[in-house]
Design a protein around this ligand. Structure first.
Ligand code: GLU
Length: 304
């Protein structure tokens, strides 16, 4: 398969198409991005990589970071995490409070905001200096010491995070948050503020295509069963209430973020990341979705 040629052809096609999407504005700091940036990076499990466009510009990875926090939580606490958070698609917006009342404070999955808050709470209870340890974990997976939180984005989220603050307190009222909500929210806002490039993200998440092992030195990040489950949750819950659509059109597990990034994994083959900040009405990157749909169509490979 000539991946370089497919990426080049599909990229040019999608670049030329107009986009009606909008940059996320509810976190004011995110509005500072150039809305027309567009980058793609692919890394195969033999570490061959291809990239095009703005693949080397750092952007706010937002909810893609929830895959890192889930991986660390799962590694640390094992299957017990599923007592606190479910594995079902929510079918509601990522920041919805609706289902929590009926579900007695147990979020449907770890990728909606409520679920990621519970994972942050678990990390706080399990790990002493969690903000540094989480960053160290991500830097270790990525073989990249430059990865960091963005204080400006974290602050912008904190000052405008009224829904997340409500969610965290609401879950606390059901006793599914054990730490102080302020500490949980601080970790959550920092997690979402991490900035990385498409190339860095695609290399970092390659372990999810490689049975939980880093491809550079074959060291174990997660067991193969944990890896299978994270990929399964990404498949069913990774795209807000557009997860079915992504599965239908692209056919790979993945995770999007409101910064305009999309990560997709082809188990045993590759990790691919797209970035284009203009979002569709469901909060997913418009060009990223279109690129990945055409990419799996032209390569004729998906998991289905
Ligand atoms: N930090 C964002 C929020 O809490 C993350 C949203 C996302 O990327 O899905 O709203």
């Amino acid at each position: 398969m000539n991946y370089g040629l497919v990426i080049d052809t599909v990229f040019k096609q999608i670049l030329a198409e107009p986009s009606n999407g909008h940059v996320a504005s509810y976190i004011p700091e995110l509005l500072k991005v150039n809305p027309d940036c567009f980058g793609v990076a692919l890394t195969l499990i033999d570490n061959t990589s291809y990239s095009i466009g703005d693949a080397e510009i750092k952007f706010s990875i937002q909810s893609i970071a929830k895959v890192f926090s889930l991986a660390l939580g799962y590694k640390t606490l094992g299957d017990k995490i599923w007592e606190r958070v479910g594995v079902e698609p929510s079918g509601t917006a990522f920041n919805s409070l609706l289902q929590l009342e009926a579900d007695h404070g147990k979020p449907r999955n770890p990728f909606i905001n409520s679920g990621a808050l519970v994972i942050c709470d678990i990390l706080l209870s399990q790990i002493k200096d969690v903000k540094s340890e989480l960053l160290a974990f991500i830097r270790h997976i990525s073989d990249n010491q430059s990865i960091d939180y963005s204080p400006n984005i974290a602050l912008s989220e904190k000052l405008n995070g009224f829904r997340n603050i409500a969610l965290c307190n609401f879950i606390k009222s059901f006793h599914n948050i054990h730490n102080h909500p302020e500490d949980v929210l601080d970790l959550y806002f920092n997690l979402c503020s991490i900035e990385m490039t498409c190339s860095e993200l695609s290399k970092s998440f390659l372990f999810l295509a490689n049975d939980g092992k880093k491809t550079t030195d074959q060291s174990t990040i997660l067991t193969s069963s944990q890896t299978k489950r994270i990929n399964a949750v990404m498949q069913t819950c990774g795209f807000y209430d557009e997860s079915g659509e992504f599965t239908f059109k692209v056919g790979l597990p993945g995770k999007s973020g409101v910064g305009g990034g999309i990560l997709a994994i082809h188990p045993k083959l590759y990790s691919i990341v797209t970035w284009s900040p203009r979002l569709n009405e469901k909060g997913n990157s418009e060009k990223g979705m279109k690129f990945l749909e055409l990419f799996t169509t032209q390569t004729k490979y998906s998991i289905f």
